[in-house]
Design a binder for this molecule. Structure first.
Ligand code: IMP
Length: 463
């Protein structure tokens, strides 16, 4: 029996449920793993649910099929499969216009008349609108010197979630209500005032859009007219999700929880302020499903990592930054440029001090090793601890602390990637690669479940 099969049937847990969690700074390959798990379950079951509980258009999950690929942002990565139900949950921040464009893009790229999977959106999901994007821009501009995150994706994610904390969120059901013009009109007026308070005129600000040129937010009428076009189409997808999820969770339908971003971007565990605003850990699922699913009942909790290195988009200083002469080669080989923003990603050595911490706070029990083919003819450097002066130091979610620690490295033997690519089962995998996997798993107290060595579905080995 594979570790994957064992992980899906742990004693006392809900069978066939798995969370796919970004274990470090995102972009580890969660989309592709979700797509493959969907395929895996559909070989045995008629239906599978892929549930997204956090984030929105800031995410970038790449999936591919028959040589074609797409970077998904808001749609769950089971979308290419007939028999899959993709649920966008309450915990998400959804941009309606970008979402409809993304649906059209999936159809165009893969030449579908209609989406193969069924798409369902929780009416309680928070709206992410052009107003949020304009406000984020104005705030970033205002805070240029000292305060705040300079690295946000520009998708207005944190203002959308801030609406909830301030207790004036606009939700999917508001957009579909009879009274929508008043509700969203009031929302526009509020943001106009907020932006004016930052000495800017919101109507002239430009905002980012999915696969398009930046567009001007415009006046209230333009803002509402743009949204009006989405209402009739969205009605088909939006509903209350509470009863549906309750029923399905009691059935034997497999569930894949596709988390967005990563534990190192969670505002509690990542390095402030370069963090995102949603809950990137397992417990976010309990919130998004309104407690229908207790995340502690989820059987498998996969943390996804890039095996031999870590990438980061943002302004954070990482104790294990790779020497730039190696980093640039790797960046080009592994195409380490942001899916959402196109920014070149920073490259660092794998940091076990940090990963151990993230596995603990993120409730990760298994590891998925992606990018096993990004390996060079030199030993693999892995950070196994920190020092501060002569003292042993630890990971803490504090940039100032991390700037003062020094990484201690261990070198592990490299493996031949050409040979790895010929392996069909874990038995075929060469000793050096297996030793690496065992070492990382032992240090992090996790079980290895999958390794990948290329972008195609067939480039995966179950451990
Ligand atoms: P925000 O989520 O747009 O507010 O961005 C906050 C931080 O999270 C920034 O450093 C972003 O680069 C980073 N971030 C947000 N989403 C992702 C993602 O999907 N992958 C990697 N980094 C992300």
């Amino acid at each position: 029996m594979t570790n994957l099969e064992k992980s899906l049937r742990k004693k006392g847990r809900r069978a066939n449920s798995v969370a796919v969690i970004g274990a470090i700074f995102g972009d580890e390959g969660k989309g592709r793993i979700t797509d493959e798990l969907t395929d895996y379950f559909l070989k045995k079951y008629k239906k599978v649910i892929v549930y997204r509980d956090n984030g929105g258009s800031n995410a970038g999950h790449t999936i591919s099929m028959n040589g074609k690929k797409i970077g998904l942002h808001q749609i769950g990565s089971g979308i290419l499969h007939k028999g899959c139900v993709v649920v966008l949950g309450k915990g998400m921040a959804i941009h309606p216009i970008d979402l409809l464009d993304e649906i059209e893009e999936v159809k165009r790229v893969f030449e579908f008349q209609k989406l193969p999977a069924k798409l369902m959106i929780d009416e309680m999901a928070v709206l992410n609108l052009d107003t949020h994007r304009a406000f984020e821009f104005a705030l970033k501009n205002r805070n240029q010197k000292t305060l705040g995150s300079q690295a946000a994706t520009g998708r207005g994610i944190s203002p959308s979630y801030a609406d909830v904390i301030f207790r004036f969120p606009v939700r999917m059901r508001d957009l579909l209500s009879e009274d929508w013009r008043n509700i969203l009109g009031e929302h526009y007026d509020l943001y106009k005032e907020l932006i004016k308070g930052l000495s800017m005129d919101c109507s002239t600000l430009k905002v980012k859009r999915f696969n398009r040129e930046d567009i001007q937010l415009g006046n209230k009428r333009k803002f509402l007219n743009n949204l009006e076009k989405t209402r009739d189409i969205l009605r088909e997808y939006v509903s209350p999700m509470y009863e549906y999820i309750r029923r399905e969770w009691k059935s034997d339908t497999p569930f894949i929880f596709e988390k967005a971003q990563a534990i190192g971007l969670d505002s509690r565990w990542g390095v402030y302020p370069d963090v995102t605003a949603s809950n990137c850990c397992l417990d976010g699922i309990t919130f998004s499903t309104e407690g229908v699913i207790d995340a502690k009942d989820i059987s498998a909790r996969f943390g996804v990592i890039k095996s031999t290195y870590t990438s980061s988009v943002g302004k954070r200083q990482i104790p294990t930054f790779m020497e730039e002469k190696y980093a640039q080669v790797l960046r080009d080989d592994a195409h380490e440029y942001g899916t959402t923003t196109g920014r070149p990603r920073d490259i660092a050595y794998l940091d076990l001090e940090m990963l151990k911490y993230f596995c603990k706070v993120g409730c990760i029990e298994e590891l998925v090793f992606t990018h096993m083919d990004i390996i060079y003819k030199r030993d693999v450097k892995v950070c196994v601890g920190y020092r501060r002066g002569k003292e042993k130091a630890y990971y803490r979610p504090d940039q100032k602390h991390l700037e003062n620690v020094k990484a201690i490295y261990k070198k592990l033997k490299y493996w031949d990637k050409a040979r790895l690519k010929t392996c069909k089962t874990y038995l075929d995998v060469q000793k050096e690669a297996k030793d690496f996997i065992q070492f990382i798993s032992k240090e992090t107290d996790t079980t290895p479940v999958m390794i990948t060595y290329g972008p195609d579905r067939s480039d995966t080995i179950l451990v």
